[in-house]
Design a protein around this ligand. Structure first.
Ligand code: KMH
Ligand code: ZN
Length: 273
C-alpha cells in the first residue's frame, strides 16, 4: 500500500488554550508544535496563523514569520496554509497567505452550518475565485469537503476546468452541520471521488482516531491535530500535537503502513513543480 501521509493541523482558528492549554498561538509555540509533529511523522503542516493572544489572522506578514520559524526547524516539511481562515473573514482576507507563494493551500469546497448561528461561507463563485488564484500561482490545493455536496461541487468545477488535476481531497467529518464521522459517511465520501484522486481524512473530535484507522486501512491518508481534536483519549486532553501524531503512527504500524517523508508525500500527491 502507498505510504501514509500524515498532516498535522497544529492550531486552527477556533480552538483555544482555554479548551486545551497545549494549543499553540505564538511563533515560538507554533514552531515547537510543528517540529514535534514532524519529528513524530507528519509530512504536512496545515497552518493557520494566530496572534500572540490567540486571535486568528490571515495577515501574510504573520504567516511569513511563522513559516520561516517552522522551516528553520523542519526544512523539508510541506506547509499547507489555510485559506479557510476563521469564520466571518472576507474572501480577500482569507486569500492573503497566497501572497507568499505557498507550496500548498486548502481550497474549501462548499458552504456549511458550523453550529449555532455560525456559517462557513464558500459560494460557488468563492471556490472558483480561490481556485483561479491558486492555479495562477501553481499552488497545490487540498480540496476540503465537509459534506458530500462539496465533493460533487469540486468534481463539477474540475469538469468545467476551474479545478485542475491531480485532485487531492480532504474529508473533514464530524463538524456540527456537516457529515458525521461514522464509517458509513467516510465510505460514501471516499467512493464518490474520481479515479486516480487521493484523499485524506480529518475526523473532528471523537472521530479523529476511528476515522484515521479507517483511512489507514483503506489506503487513504490522515490528518490529526489540535485544530480538529483536543483529546488523546476519552476525557484526557492531548499534551501536544506530537502526541496526536504519535498515536496515528501507532495505528499505521499496526496495519503495516509505512509513513511518508515530506518528499515522498510530494511524490504521492504529484506536487513537484
Ligand atoms: N476555520 C474554519 C472555519 C481551512 O483551513 O481551510 C475553516 C477551516 C478550513 O479551518
Ligand atoms: Zn483549517
Amino acid at each position: 500500500m502507498t505510504k501514509l501521509i500524515i498532516t498535522c493541523a497544529i492550531t486552527g482558528a477556533e480552538v483555544t488554550k482555554v479548551m486545551n492549554p497545549a494549543v499553540p498561538y505564538t511563533i515560538e509555540e507554533l514552531q515547537e508544535a510543528a517540529f514535534g509533529a514532524c519529528e513524530a511523522g507528519a509530512s504536512i503542516i496545515h497552518l493557520h496563523a494566530r496572534e500572540d493572544d490567540g486571535s486568528p489572522t490571515q495577515n501574510s506578514n504573520r504567516y511569513k514569520k511563522i513559516i520561516k520559524a517552522i522551516q528553520e526547524k523542519c526544512p523539508d516539511v510541506i506547509i499547507q496554509v489555510s485559506t479557510g481562515g476563521a469564520l466571518g473573514m472576507s474572501r480577500q482576507e482569507r486569500l492573503s497567505p497566497l501572497e507568499l507563494d505557498p507550496e500548498m493551500a486548502t481550497l474549501d469546497c462548499g458552504t456549511l452550518n458550523f453550529g449555532g448561528d455560525e456559517i462557513f461561507i464558500n459560494t460557488e463563485n468563492d471556490i472558483i475565485h480561490f481556485a483561479t488564484a491558486m492555479n495562477q500561482k501553481n499552488v497545490k490545493y487540498e480540496l476540503e469537503c465537509f459534506d458530500k455536496g462539496h465533493v460533487d461541487m469540486a468534481l463539477r468545477l474540475y469538469r468545467k476546468g476551474f479545478i485542475k488535476a491531480p485532485l487531492h481531497f480532504s474529508f473533514v467529518l464530524g463538524v456540527t452541520g456537516g457529515m458525521t464521522g461514522e464509517a458509513r459517511d467516510f465510505m460514501f465520501m471516499k467512493d464518490s471521488i474520481s479515479e486516480g484522486a487521493t484523499y485524506s481524512v480529518a475526523g473532528i473530535g471523537k472521530y479523529e482516531f476511528s476515522l484515521a484507522e479507517l483511512s489507514i486501512k483503506h489506503g487513504g491518508h490522515v490528518r490529526v491535530g489540535l485544530e480538529d481534536n483536543i483529546y488523546i483519549e476519552k476525557g484526557k486532553l492531548a499534551s501536544s500535537n506530537r502526541e496526536l501524531v504519535e498515536k496515528a503512527v501507532e495505528i499505521a504500524k499496526s496495519y503495516g503502513r509505512e509513513i511518508a517523508s515530506p518528499n515522498e508525500a510530494r511524490d504521492i500527491l504529484k506536487m513537484r513543480k
